[in-house]
Design a protein around this ligand. Structure first.
Ligand SMILES: Nc1nc2c(ncn2[C@@H]2O[C@H](COP(=O)(O)OP(=O)(O)OP(=O)(O)O)[C@@H](O)[C@H]2O)c(=O)[nH]1
Ligand SMILES: [Mg+2]
Length: 196
């Protein structure tokens, strides 16, 4: 019997700036969001190891970075949007790179859109959600850095973020890579999406 998929064995596969050069794979999930939202840190928390480079200075992940969760199963860390640093040429390349990737992957099973739990979705986050809906892609909102919301406020803030993002509170993943809130549940969901 095949072993259940587990992210602990994940490893770096490749880094690419041109989505057209990516090979096909059996199943993949992607992580997108503002620069500094915590995408790379969340991937590390999900895989329980330091796979992805975490930025001290935002805008660190500038290419599509693919990690192999299992044979033919990809975890994809996308460059962040909305941070005005880096050469203008690389900022201008963000749209074609990320949108080209997202729109061109038939095996893409979920796009996790990371938003800041304390701030809620920004205008750019809402634009991304609207774009994903327009493209008919599967997406889910993940509120990150939940440790920065006081526990006494977390229920009310979760409702506020869900409402601002236009989703049901039950559908909003509420996570902190720092103290592990919600990471186990999200890991289980990611494994289920990639399995089969
Ligand atoms: N408090 C707290 N800080 C976090 C959490 N996740 C990430 N951070 C911090 O947020 C900063 C950005 O994290 P990254 O994971 O590099 O963010 P990113 O979305 O990959 O950023 P780009 O690669 O620039 O798009 C780092 O200083 C992290 O330590 C979290 O759950 N809680
Ligand atoms: Mg990153």
């Amino acid at each position: 019997m095949a072993r259940p998929l587990c992210l602990d064995g994940a490893s770096f596969l490749l880094s690419e700036s041109d989505p057209r050069r990516l090979a096909a794979c059996g199943a993949e999930v992607a992580f997108v969001g503002r620069s500094n939202a915590g995408k790379s840190t969340l991937l590390n928390a999900l895989c329980r190891k330091d796979l992805a480079r975490v930025s001290g200075a935002p805008g660190c992940t500038r290419t599509i970075t693919v990690y192999l969760a299992a044979k033919d199963r990809w975890l994809v860390d996308l460059p962040g949007y909305g941070f005005a640093c880096g050469p203008a040429a690389s900022r201008a390349g963000w749209g074609p790179m990320v949108e080209g990737y997202l729109a061109g992957r038939p095996a893409l099973r979920m796009v996790f859109v990371l938003v800041d739990a304390k701030l809620g979705p920004t205008k750019l986050d809402l634009l991304m959600l609207r774009w994903l809906q327009g493209e008919n892609l599967p997406w889910r909102v993940v509120a990150t850095k939940a440790d920065q919301v006081k526990s006494s406020r977390s229920l009310a803030q979760k409702l506020r973020v869900a409402q601002a993002a236009g989703v049901q509170a039950d559908d909003l993943a509420w996570v902190s890579s720092l103290d592990g809130i919600g990471v186990k549940e999200l890991r289980r969901d990611v494994c289920a999406l990639l399995a089969g």
